[in-house]
Write a protein that binds this ligand. Structure first.
Ligand code: CAA
Length: 261
């Protein structure tokens, strides 16, 4: 597909790489980019051979420096509502993808950029990564889910501090407060992301999808119902050739050859 504001590549079988590609504006999210992100998410969601998606920013300065302030500045209330709703749909579409989605944050992840990173399943940060929700500097609150996802990730007190002071958080602190999973030197961030993607791509594909779905859908349920969801996922896996192969391979002391069915 021919995109103008993003790049969607498949560097290896099953591994997709989505690059936010407006480096001249530090990859700021405008409406056109949100539309293309929605198209890319729909494409991956319907691709049975997809195993994992990596998301990163073009250039060495920013993942995404936020929603596009130039585009937003003259919005009416209704236009702002529509822009927020569109952003929310895109964040949800990425979050709900059937495969793991990993953000590789290579610089600024501010405002909508932090929200985009938090919509991924987890974040690998470069040492120069900077996170924050600076919207209050502009006289607005976050609009792409930041008040909700940041609170769920780092807890209410830390989230409220960051949301109301606009304080920026560097990679090491982001690691300490649980916003990111790992920090790597900027030069090796992509390679570490690909390593992790290869590891995931080598596992049972149906099992990976079931595990993601159960973990993600279950977190909004009470524990009893969430565990029923897990039992259903566990049982479903026993209808797959991959379960048979995975367990046979273990018993025969050899690596499994999964087919994704
Ligand atoms: N929107 C539009 N353009 C942006 C942008 C944004 N969010 N962030 C950076 N840019 C543009 C700049 O205007 C500049 O363009 P020109 O060269 O044409 O002037 C270019 O990117 C480079 O930026 P700077 O010159 O500012 O680079 P810097 O290194 O001096 O500063 C920065 C980097 C600290 C990230 C700074 O650019 C900045 O503070 N950006 C805005 C961050 C922000 O407030 N984000 C939140 C946006 S609101 C939001 O996201 C709402 C929501 O939740 C939906």
């Amino acid at each position: 597909m021919n995109f103008q504001t993003i790049l969607l590549e498949q560097p290896e079988a099953g591994i997709y790489l989505l690059t936010l590609n407006r480096p001249q504006a530090l990859n700021a999210l405008n409406s056109a980019m949100l539309d293309e992100l929605a198209q890319a998410a729909a494409l991956i969601a319907t691709e049975p051979a997809a195993r994992v998606l990596l998301v990163t920013g073009a250039g060495d300065k920013a993942f995404v420096a936020g929603a596009d302030i130039g585009e937003m500045r003259d919005y009416s209330t209704e236009e702002a509502r529509a822009f927020s709703a569109k952003g929310m749909r895109v964040m949800h579409a990425l979050e709900a993808l059937p495969v793991p989605v990993i953000a590789l944050v290579n610089g600024y992840a501010l405002g909508g950029g932090c929200e985009l990173a938090m919509s991924c399943d987890w974040i690998l940060a470069a040492e120069n990564a900077v996170f924050g929700q600076p919207e209050v500097n502009l006289g607005i609150p976050p609009g792409f889910g930041g008040t909700q996802r940041l609170t769920r990730l780092v807890g209410r007190a830390m989230a409220l501090e960051l949301l109301t002071t606009a304080r920026q958080v560097k990679a090491e602190e982001a690691l300490r407060i649980g916003l990111v999973n790992h920090v790597h030197a900027a030069a090796v961030l992509m390679e570490r992301g690909l390593d992790m993607a290869r590891t995931i791509a080598g596992k049972g594909p149906v099992a990976v999808r079931l595990a993601k779905q159960a973990a993600q859908r279950g977190q909004d349920l009470d524990i009893a119902n969430a565990c029923v969801l897990e039992t259903a996922a566990f049982a479903l896996a026993f209808a797959t050739a991959d379960q048979e192969e995975g367990m046979r391979a273990f018993c025969e002391k050899r690596p499994a050859k999964f087919q994704g069915k």
